[in-house]
Write a new protein. Structure first.
Length: 336
């Protein structure tokens, strides 16, 4: 009886049957995501029964495929040969490296959909290095919510460790994951692997944090490692960086901000920031905004920070959707 195969498995099986040269030619026409998916199946299909192979070939209407002896073995070696022949040795090595991670599975997948408070409870009493390792494997928005719930002193310590973390031994990660999985009340099946730590993952986590948490983390990093804190700040977009945006981008941002929030955000802003915003409004809107700022009177600093954080979040959302480009200070100019 033939095995029940998915579409990708059938496609992989056909590639295994048509010989390396033809298979390489087919792979060379695909994008890297498709190549990785097919290669993963080739690696998994080390052995396949003849009936399944014939069934797959019939389904693909491969009546013209030649060769008296069909390949009935896949595996890592066969997959690597195909990749090297279709992509070259260097690109093949990159695909195989990513593939090895995917096949290994993600150790902390069982935490991805857990409530941040539950994860905090699970991590209670764990060493800061362990918490950093876990957060570096989670989605930035999820990790940010968890980081915000840690005590202030530990926030900075964990942030520092995430930033300095570049590689982690798979054995160590597996031991930590198994230990936490035993403590967890609900266990999910691991899926694909997430990226490990470094400065950029930390920046993405902080960017999604509330202003109070962001300030606490940056101040804590500053006390521990001034150079690292400056590097993190240089990669983050703050309200004052609005002067780095093109006028078209500023106009797009201002359409999404309530005038009241904009007036609060401008309290105490530099002349350069005020000018950047006012010149990208119509004359009437600009006059109304100046009047609204003056009528506000004294405003709490926390209100100003919240208003600015809301505008920054709008800017980040527009950047993520590709509607605007943020040119950070020190970066090369863009050419249209």
């Amino acid at each position: 009886m033939a095995m029940l195969l998915t579409g990708t498995q059938k496609a992989a099986l056909v590639l295994m049957q048509i010989g390396r040269e033809r298979a390489s030619a087919v792979l060379s026409k695909l994008d890297e995501a498709e190549i990785e998916e097919l290669t993963a199946e080739i690696v998994r299909l080390e052995r396949i029964d003849q009936k399944s192979a014939e069934s797959a070939l019939e389904e693909f209407h491969a009546v013209s495929l030649s060769g008296p002896q069909m390949v009935t073995q896949g595996g890592l070696g066969y997959a690597q040969m195909l990749l090297e022949q279709s992509l070259g040795i260097e690109r093949a090595a990159g695909v195989m490296g990513r593939l090895a991670t995917t096949l290994a599975g993600q150790p902390f997948e069982f935490l991805q959909h857990a409530d941040a408070r539950q994860v905090l409870s699970l991590l209670s009493g764990e060493h800061s290095q362990t918490i950093a390792l876990v957060l570096a494997h989670l989605r930035p928005d999820h990790a940010s919510a968890i980081l915000a719930g840690l005590p202030g002193e530990q926030q900075a310590e964990v942030a520092h460790r995430i930033a300095l973390m570049e590689r982690a031994s798979p054995d160590v990660v597996a031991v930590v994951a198994e230990s936490l999985q035993r403590k967890a009340s609900a266990v999910l099946v691991p899926a694909e692997t997430a990226a490990i730590g470094g400065v950029q993952p930390l920046v993405e986590i902080i960017n999604r944090a509330d202003p109070t948490t962001e300030k606490a983390i940056l101040e804590g990093l500053q006390a521990r490692d001034e150079a690292l804190a400056e590097e993190v700040r240089s990669r983050m977009f703050v309200f004052a960086d609005i002067i780095l945006l093109e006028d078209r981008a500023v106009q797009l941002v201002l359409r999404q901000v309530e005038s009241g929030d904009l007036a609060v955000a401008l309290k105490g802003a530099s002349e350069e920031v005020r000018e950047k915003i006012l010149t990208n409004l119509s004359e009437r809107a600009s006059e109304n905004l100046v009047e609204e700022v003056e009528l506000l009177g004294p405003v709490r600093l926390s209100q100003v920070e919240d208003a600015r954080a809301g505008i920054v979040q709008s800017i980040r959302r527009l950047e993520e959707s590709g509607q605007i480009v943020i040119r950070r200070e020190g970066e090369d100019e863009y050419v249209s």
